[in-house]
Design a protein around this ligand. Structure first.
Ligand SMILES: [Zn+2]
Length: 416
């Protein structure tokens, strides 16, 4: 039986590799033909798609980085005519230009299928009532998860602008059984539950799907123990193209990559391929998206491939998603940030950046808060408490509006 299973797994892997190769050719040809950015880069390495003859040839192709989204703003990376685009998504991005991605009808169907596959692996079905609580920076994920859950017949409460306290009321009163949120928001929800003396037994919640940030083992344990739920982790790209690129199965031992749609590579810092399960940067190439192909996109996320077969029987490759990053960016509530982005908004509001500043994630137990500390600089701030409060309010409002996540601003005499 074990030998038969291994033979079947081997056969499935070979078939999948062949399909990946075919889809890759189509993707490269479309990008080469329709996107000058990709065409020029391929030509710079003397690569024309007909000459890419194996998956290993892919490694000769230059990477795509986050700053390319900004450089090609708004439509420079679209690979189909605008008349074929039916949805344009805007995300805060990691520079001053937002990140724009486009979807054809078939892309939307594809994302619905990807989200449905990830949700079905968590046991989501027609009997479930699902709530989605994500910050505005992850709005496209909210839409894709809604579509995926509807595909499975679940009832969905989509993204909304309700305050966390109202969200908790919905969670309890609507008898929500599945909640999708970030680990940070889940912890906040748990704290709020205690703060208002609500017993977790009053909830019908059974599945907590955590997205946007790697899930620390102790946070998973706390949420499972105290909310009486099972936690499932999903991996996706926050700016583009969407969620559930990799998902946990019932074994909860790594995340299965949706290899029918994405080709994954793990690379060392110097760009060498890693094959032996050692950690490195995750590089993704889309295989089925039409409007917005990504070729060798540097995710900045660190991961390692788990080569052992999974006991669930799926033959999709698994990754372990690691907490540290390859690109030094901060990830908070699923949104990726550079210090420079935050400082650019400080400059916009105050007209200058104080000489001394600090941006860091502060942790208290499982709770995380992104804090911007600014040294009180006589050039900037008066002694009037009201005016100082006004500065904090203006900065926090601008950062929430522009980045789609809350940033706590603190003005201090001096920074240690
Ligand atoms: Zn599995």
């Amino acid at each position: 039986m074990a030998i038969w299973n291994r033979a079947r797994e081997c056969c499935e892997r070979e078939e999948r590799a062949q399909e990946q190769w075919e889809h890759l050719q189509i993707t490269l040809n479309r990008a080469y033909k329709n996107v000058p950015f990709y065409r020029n880069r391929l030509q710079s390495r003397a690569i024309a798609p007909p000459r890419v003859e194996s998956l290993t040839d892919l490694r000769r192709i230059p990477f795509t980085a986050r700053h390319d989204f900004s450089d090609q703003y708004p439509y420079g990376l679209f690979a189909v005519p605008l008349r074929d685009i039916v949805r344009i998504h805007t995300a805060p991005g990691t520079s001053l230009n937002p990140t724009v991605s486009g979807y054809t009808r078939s892309d939307l169907r594809m994302w619905r299928e990807i989200a449905a596959t990830g949700l079905a692996a968590c046991g989501v079905g027609a009997d479930d009532i699902m709530q989605i609580i994500l910050d505005p920076g992850l709005a496209n994920w909210g839409r894709d998860y809604k579509d995926g859950a509807e595909e499975l017949g679940a009832s969905v409460i989509p993204l909304n602008a309700l305050h966390l306290k109202k969200q908790l009321m919905v969670l309890r009163d609507y008898k929500i059984s599945v909640l999708i949120t970030t680990p940070t928001s889940a912890v906040e929800l748990l704290e709020l539950l205690y703060a208002i003396n609500l017993n977790p037994n009053a909830l019908a919640l059974r599945v907590l799907i955590l997205v946007g940030e790697p899930l620390a083992a102790e946070v998973r344990r706390q949420l499972e123990d105290e909310l009486h739920v099972s936690c499932w982790c999903h991996y996706g790209l926050s700016e583009i193209p969407g969620p559930a690129v990799a998902f946990e199965c019932e074994q909860h031992r790594g995340l299965h990559l949706q290899e029918d749609h994405f080709l994954a590579e793990i690379l060392t810092d110097s760009g060498e391929a890693i094959e032996n399960g050692e950690p490195g940067e995750l590089i993704l190439t889309t295989l089925t998206t039409r409007a917005f192909p990504l070729i060798r996109f540097r995710t900045g996320d660190r991961a390692r491939i788990i080569s052992e077969p999974c006991a669930c029987g799926r033959t999709l490759k698994r990754i372990e998603w690691l907490p540290e990053r390859a690109d030094g960016m901060l990830v908070f509530r699923g949104v990726k940030l550079h210090d420079e982005q935050i400082l650019a908004h400080v400059e916009h509001v105050l007209g200058t950046v104080p000489r001394s500043w600090r941006i860091r994630l502060e942790k208290e137990g499982a709770r995380r808060e992104l804090v911007l500390s600014l040294a009180m600089d006589e050039r900037l701030f008066s002694d009037e408490i009201k005016e100082l409060e006004q500065v904090v309010w203006r900065l926090e409002s601008e950062l929430l509006q522009e980045l789609g996540i809350p940033v706590a601003v603190r003005l201090q005499e001096r920074l240690e």
